[in-house]
Design a protein around this ligand. Structure first.
Ligand SMILES: [Mg+2]
Length: 197
C-alpha cells in the first residue's frame, strides 16, 4: 500500500500563522493572532472566523500579500520531504489560493485551497472555502494526514493514518484525541514519514 501525504500549510509547513503576519500591515497583529488562536483551538467556527479575518485583510493589495507570504519562514525539514516526494505529497489549506499560489509554486507540490474573487490587484471576497476532507476523494491513494489545527480534524478523521505535528503550535485537543501519532519535532516527523514511504 503506497500512501500519499496531505499536509496542512499554516503552522505545519510555515513556521508562523500566515493571517496574523498579514495583519501586521494594518497594525492589527494582536487582534488577528487572538482570533487565529481561538479558531485553531476550535473555540470559534472556522468559516465564520475565516470570513471575518479575510474581510479585515482584503484592504491589502493581492500582490503585496503574495510578497509578504513568500517571506514567511518555512519548516525546512518538512519542505525538503515534500520536494523529495512531490508526486505523493499534497498541500491542503483553507487559505486563499490567490494569496498563497506563489509560495505553493515555489514548494512545487499539488495543492487544494479555498478560492477567492479578485478584481485586478484587489481581493473582493471568498468564493469557496475548501473542505479539507475532499482530499480523500481527490486522491486515489490512502492518505497520511498531517496537521495541528481544529480545521484539520475532518481530513484527519477520514485518513487511515494521521499525525499531529506540534513543533510550532500545541495541536488542538480534538486533533490529539483523533490522531495515530503526535510528533513535536520536524526531524522526527520526517523520520516517521520516510518510514511510511
Ligand atoms: Mg495549521
Amino acid at each position: 500500500m503506497r500512501y500519499h501525504f496531505a499536509f496542512d500549510l499554516d503552522g505545519t509547513i510555515t513556521t508562523k500563522e500566515i493571517l496574523p503576519i498579514l495583519a501586521r500591515e494594518l497594525g492589527m497583529y494582536r487582534e488577528m493572532e487572538e482570533l487565529t488562536k481561538k479558531t485553531m483551538a476550535g473555540e470559534i467556527p472556522f468559516d465564520q472566523s475565516f470570513t471575518k479575518r479575510v474581510q479585515m485583510l482584503k484592504k491589502i493589495p493581492v500582490s503585496k500579500v503574495q510578497k509578504i507570504i513568500l517571506d514567511i519562514p518555512l519548516n525546512k525539514h518538512v519542505v525538503a520531504f515534500i520536494k523529495e516526494n512531490r508526486n505523493r505529497c499534497h498541500i491542503v489549506t483553507q487559505n486563499l489560493d490567490v494569496w498563497i499560489e506563489p509560495l505553493l509554486m515555489r514548494i512545487g507540490a499539488p495543492y487544494l485551497a479555498s478560492t477567492a474573487d479578485v478584481s485586478g490587484d484587489r481581493l473582493k471576497g471568498i468564493k469557496k472555502i475548501l473542505r479539507k476532507k475532499i482530499i480523500h476523494s481527490v486522491v486515489d491513494y490512502p492518505i497520511v494526514a498531517i496537521g495541528e489545527g481544529f480545521n484539520d480534524l475532518e481530513m484527519i478523521v477520514d485518513a487511515p493514518l494521521s499525525i499531529a505535528f506540534g513543533e510550532i503550535h500545541k495541536p488542538a485537543p480534538a486533533i490529539l484525541d483523533a490522531v495515530d501519532y503526535a510528533v513535536y519535532d520536524a526531524q522526527q516527523l520526517c523520520l516517521l514519514l520516510n518510514r511510511l514511504l
